[in-house]
Design a protein around this ligand. Sequence first.
Ligand code: DX5
Ligand code: ZN
Length: 217
Amino acid sequence: MKPIIAPSVLASDFANLQSEVEMLNESQADWLHIDIMDGRFVPNISFGFPVLQAIQRHAKKPLDVHLMIVEPELYIEQFREAGAEIISVHLEACNHLHRTIQQIKATGAKAGIALNPHTSVQLLDDVIADVDLVCLMSVNPGFGGQKFIENTYRKIEALKNLIIARNSKALIEIDGGVNQQNAPLLLEKGADALVAGSFVFNSADPLQTIANLKNQA
Ligand code: DX5
Ligand code: ZN
């Protein structure tokens, strides 16, 4: 099975957003990964609804929205209306994670949970059967272009075991520092979806870079 490739729009040229989205439409990317940062949950602010809506107007692929915000439950319906197909909230940002997962599903979106590098996958034991996706952060969230954290490989194995033990259908997504070097081992360990920001958009030929990620052995 080929991996799901989700280029992160955060690393694109915001002054040419339409052509960047059109490039992704033409590419072998499966999803567009959308990073929402609030300056509270993470020490950075990215963009909000007007930009997301502008992306949606041109995108022909599902929007995979990664909420790095406090109190995400206040905005779930609004993100769905802005075009999100998958909505991931951070476990660390939710006091009532089970309720928030149900809230996401009630909108018709797929529900994801993102975990910071320090958060054990074992904390998902009681909700894993209910979620569609787990986004393992392989950098500390807040910025693109950071170095991949090697402990991620171990977490993928542990998460895979948990998914099997609980008969969950959750996909495993890896986010942060993904490139052509670490992708093969990530997939071998059990990753289903790879997010890649700077590796795609800083490359000389983003279309080819996406194709290479998609079609690796
Ligand atoms: C980091 C974001 C990532 C980021 C990945 O907080 O969640 O999605 O855009 O960028 P790269 O691939 O450059 O690490
Ligand atoms: Zn992300």
